[in-house]
Design a protein around this ligand. Sequence first.
Ligand code: 5GP
Ligand code: ZN
Length: 113
Amino acid sequence: MEDCLFCKIISGEIPSSKVYEDDEIYAFRDIEPQAPVHAVIVPKTHISSANGITPENSRAVAAIFEKIPAIARELGVDESGYRIVNNCGADAGQTVMHLHFHLLGGTQGGKLY
Ligand code: 5GP
Ligand code: ZN
């Protein structure tokens, strides 16, 4: 996707602070962290939002969740705890239309719901 910010981060066209990368996924520090630990985890394949997840591309979503424990460990929050957040669409405040999951930790925020 030519004009997608996260596709450009994945390709290296826009620099980022990488946390983890493999063939299927890329994780990097959020530029405007909302918690002491705030990473963004994306599939390398362009999926616009949670609404775009299908049986054909859901392997990338599984890959993200399979790697979340290791990413949380790497960031030092696997024991203390963390939250995984996906914002889908305007009402949820999604600003970048490339599916992503926020990993937020390092603070005792408690439940949001
Ligand atoms: P959303 O608001 O769509 O759920 O999440 C998009 C996230 O991307 C925001 O938390 C925002 O701070 C982050 N972000 C936007 N532009 C950049 C960037 O150029 N680099 C990095 N590392 N994060 C970005
Ligand atoms: Zn993209």
